[in-house]
Design a binder for this molecule. Sequence first.
Ligand SMILES: *Cc1c(COP(=O)(O)O)cnc(C)c1O
Length: 391
Amino acid sequence: MSGTSERTRLIRAGKAPERLSRTVGPPIQKGSTVLLPNAAALYDERQATYGRAGLAAQATLMEALAELEGAAAVRLFPSGLAAMTGAMLAVLKAGDEVLVTDAVYKPTRRFCDRVLSRFGIAVRYYPPRTAAGALLAMSTPATRLIVLESPGSLSFELQDVSAIAALARQRGVRTLIDNTWAAGLLFKPLAHGVDLSVQALTKYVGGHSDLFMGSAAAREPALVKALDQAIMDFGWSVAAEDAYQMLRGLRTLPTRLERCGAASLAVGAWLREQPEVAEVLHPALPGAPDHALWKRDFCGPAGLFGVVLKPCPDLAVQAFLDSLTLFGLGFSWGGFESLALNCDPQFDVRRFATGFEGPVLRFNIGLEDPADLIADLAQALGALRSAAARG
Ligand SMILES: *Cc1c(COP(=O)(O)O)cnc(C)c1O
């Protein structure tokens, strides 16, 4: 580099990719430009020629997630919601119709109602427990996709996923599931015949309430290609640091989920015995709604469940939530810290009545000692009783 000016030397100096050591995790490569070895490689589509599709950390994460999902390939999206909307856009076109469970995650519904309809895609909702035969009987020649979510967001209904997927396949209708509750671990949608398995990695895989990402998994090469094209056409991209952190979360996913799941069963079983509680909505809890289906399809419990209270004033529900000391009040879930919220304000968009006898609460059980969580819930139920008595 002698003979060049300092300006140029400072641009060229300090490039030593050969110094990469082999660490346990992947290298966090940051790059939009990918330097290619020669002119012919610039337009060789078999190799990475631009960083938007991801480099080492993203590729490593996709590979590990493909193992988790039993998929031919997994693709990454900037959020769980983007994975849902992206997978839908990958397979839908104007004139198509999509059947969506009424218990779908509310922002996914918003996308269906606001965006899909604007692009000439019809959306119809079905009650979450609709049997496979009745569901396919709703389909028309325009029906292209069935969207499932099992258990359903906030109301925790299970669907007979394999029956729906099998019948849909016979009729040439694609299936897509939001599998966030099971984290790709407790239920394996692709093995049950579903075409596209989506999850918000933000929840259990991230596991620390500090990352956004989503994934879509598929077995069929045509669907993997459709996902790749959608990602390329829309320009979605995921940062290397985030992919690295997500991979770190994935390493401890089974261990965390085992603890959260077991604790949620203990807390759920205790709650069910309380006089203020009408019903616990936790499919993994013996005697709870859809438990038989859960036992058939799932290999373990997750830590997120609902509780239907006996009818009580909204003020009493608020007193309960405000009295909790170990549970944070907030959206999202799957992290190490327990969370609670009331669900009723989110039910107003439902097309079909949920039919619950009283207010519904949702709990995310984290990694605290369940005995401490139960003590906290006990004192908060005391606050609920006092507030209800005051009227
Ligand atoms: C949180 C969540 C999403 C969306 O994930 P984000 O990463 O927050 O966009 C999708 N589906 C379900 C069931 C969720 O709980």
